[in-house]
Design a protein around this ligand. Sequence first.
Ligand code: CTP
Length: 398
Amino acid sequence: MLQGKNIILGVSSSIACYKSAYLARALIKKGANVQVVMTKNATQFLTPLTFEQLTGRKCLVDTFDRNFEIKVEHISLAQWADACLIAPASANVLAKMAHGIADDMLTTTVLACDCPKLAAPAMNTRMYENPATRENLETLRRHGFTLVEPEEGFLACGDVGKGKLANEEVILDYLEAVIGAEKDFNGQRVLVTAGPTREALDPVRFLTNHSTGKMGYAIAKAAFLRGAKVTLVTGKTETPKPRFVDVVEVVSARQMYEAVMSRASEQDILIMAAAVADYRPQNIAAEKIKKMDGDSVLPLERTDDILASAGAARRPGQFLCGFSMETEHMLENSRKKLEKKNIDMIVANNLRQEGAGFGVDTNIVTLITKDSEESLPMLSKDEVAMKILDAIAARIKE
Ligand code: CTP
């Protein structure tokens, strides 16, 4: 999502400077072009050479340096940038940016930037809590800055409290949230289901499946990045929850049904990627079931079909997308589900294909609607998520 994006990484004076070297490297790995601008004081902590080696670009410190590959002036640099990220942002630099003070390369560049600006403060807790800093942060927020709050923890000065630079993943998530995608789902409410359900047998056992929730989580994240207000209803999984979405955690098919149906009517789009159990044990034993001699049979009863229930209760204009996991007759079976469940699109995948299905980071899917079929090559689940949203956006437009 940051591929080809031009990022100014502003580095101001803090012991957390070394973390911006990791940040620069992570941005480069994501395919971004990174131009580091340091304050003079920051060079006491880390040398410009470190960033030059990591980014392949001359690190800027001096406003009057003319020896640079793109035009040196802070103005042309500001025009080049898709985003300007100041991490770490010291109390001093925050104060200057809040008041339009431009007395070095970093602050002049920031003042000239009209691209999205983000700041990740890092400082001692008392400096962070000082009313002057609080006011400066509020001013910056009002001026349109996205602030990535520092974390609490053990600080370099020995204090424990808020002031640690937010971790790399959090900063990158914020950056992606701001510039990662066109906001073509702005104002849309999207509900996504993901992960497996667990159907209890007794206090120690349950029936479930191999779903890790990765596909649904990727869709929830992509929908958020594209501007939607996202609710993610998820079964139990180890997959890290996407940031910025409203997460509703459930365990059983019954709980997922209730979580979805109580919210369905408010949604514009429902995308059901969860692997919901079709059957649950008829009775949940109150105590652990003890083994007996001989074999045993487990009576099962049907769960509610959540997607079909949402399809039956759908309101005009609502878009419903389901998933279909098959091991044979994928297209034929998936088409049947599309009709039976009264939905607009079904994303079919074949568990037998390598690179598709549970647990892996890729998927191979076919997007099926009443009058179309689009087979996609093997893509990362993030890419598949974007393609699904592209298809939904196109259908909604129609
Ligand atoms: N689904 C659901 N509630 C269920 C079962 C499935 O909402 N009780 C949804 C899934 O989230 C998915 C779609 O229905 O979006 C199809 O799921 P799948 O397991 O492929 O098909 P089933 O309808 O369960 O049919 P079968 O198991 O016979 O293939």
